[in-house]
Design a protein around this ligand. Structure first.
Ligand code: 5GP
Ligand code: ZN
Length: 119
């Protein structure tokens, strides 16, 4: 991957982003089109297409993504009222960028988990 992947290019510093936290293995930056008062994307620096590939390929790195998400949630003052952590995956999941990213959403009541009940 690399030049073809938007988020690899953000990791490489080729595309600007508002970074809120960086670790050796992860990067957290604000979503360009926020859907809530706090909307941060948390990614592993290494390219994995989606959360299943990441969890199966490098569980420790998946844990790093969760740990960074929790640290950002704390920094953003979300631990008291709560937040949502979401990995859109594949076509049914509505994934648009195929470099795994956790959406950290909060700062207001987020409503139902899905816009409508599909069951
Ligand atoms: P997905 O639909 O793949 O779960 O989410 C992709 C997210 O990436 C969307 O929320 C979208 O707003 C965000 N996004 C797309 N392009 C950029 C960009 O260039 N910079 C940042 N910071 N976010 C982006
Ligand atoms: Zn990538």
């Amino acid at each position: 991957m690399g030049s073809d992947c938007l988020f690899c290019r953000i990791v490489a510093g080729e595309i600007p982003a508002t970074v809120v936290r960086e670790t050796e293995t992860t990067l957290a930056f604000r979503d360009i089109d926020p859907k809530a008062p706090v909307h941060v994307l948390v990614i592993p620096k290494e390219h994995y297409a989606d959360v299943a590939t990441l969890a199966q390929g490098d569980p420790a790195l998946a844990a790093d993504v969760l740990a960074t998400s929790a640290a950002v949630a704390e920094d953003e003052g979300l631990l008291g009222d709560g937040f949502r952590l979401m990995f859109n995956t594949g076509v049914y999941g509505g994934q648009e960028v195929f470099h795994v990213h956790a959406h950290l959403l909060g700062g207001a009541p987020l409503g139902p988990m899905l816009a409508r009940n599909l069951a």
